[in-house]
Write a protein that binds this ligand. Structure first.
Ligand code: SAH
Ligand code: CA
Length: 214
């Protein structure tokens, strides 16, 4: 589903900063060589994530769902010089490709790439996060939110991708599990007094929650 007029979308992209050569390469190779390339954030959303990160200047970013590393590198662009990004993915088949991309990036020393189930790995991370980017299995979004909440700094952000789910969240005919849980996620964040939130209708929808209270 297109949320904005395709010609307007084209105009928006044409007037948004270009991707780096490395991000272009990841984008191209993911589309040619990896299953489900639509999962990659892509040019426009990548620039949005990079801009958010540069505005926040985070010291610690946690990403749940690395895929081919595109969004991780975009988010890493805003890290402070001694900042660190931890990114987790359960798919070990992509690991050597993704490690190669991170090594080619200027952030190889700042990115920790962990392979495994995020629900199992996150509790062992002894950090306080400025940004958590939730972009893995949709049916676990609520679990991730509760799991990371106490690890997010007051004033930090929990950003969740794909929360409009191609528009299915407003289609009463849709009852599949992911759609139900994404609706529930948006409602949970909206009703949680500990955060202030904005649902950005960017690409497939970004729910941005800023933690204002423990
Ligand atoms: N953030 C990437 C896209 C992520 S796609 C980008 O914007 O470019 C979603 C990823 O979540 C997939 O690579 C999938 O392997 C991973 N994933 C699914 N379930 C997971 C789990 N339980 N733990 C960690 N990663 C998971
Ligand atoms: Ca996504």
């Amino acid at each position: 589903m297109e949320f904005i007029d395709p010609l307007l979308d084209k105009y928006v992209c044409e007037h948004t900063a270009n991707e780096s050569d490395l991000l272009k390469k990841i984008n191209r190779e993911t589309h040619l060589e990896v299953l489900q390339p639509r999962m990659l954030s892509g040019h426009f959303q990548g620039r949005v994530l990079s801009m958010f990160s540069k505005m926040i200047r985070p010291e610690r970013i946690l990403e749940i769902g690395t895929y081919t590393g595109y969004s991780a590198i975009c988010l890493a662009e805003g890290l402070t010089p001694n900042g660190k990004l931890v990114t987790i993915d359960i798919n070990e088949e992509l690991a050597s490709r993704v490690k190669g991309y991170f090594d080619e990036s200027p952030y190889s020393q700042q990115i920790d790439y962990l392979i495994g189930d995020a629900m199992e790995l996150i509790p062992a991370l002894n950090e306080k996060w400025d940004i958590v980017f939730i972009d893995a299995d949709k049916h676990n979004y609520i679990n991730y939110y509760h799991l990371v909440f106490s690890m997010v700094k007051v004033g930090g952000y929990i950003i969740a991708d794909n929360v409009l789910w191609s528009g299915k969240v407003i289609d009463p005919a849709q009852h599949d599990k992911d759609t139900l849980l994404l609706r529930e996620y948006n409602q949970l964040v909206h009703q949680d007094d500990r955060v202030e939130e904005v649902l950005f209708p960017i690409r497939d929808g970004l729910m941005i929650a800023r933690k204002i209270n423990e």
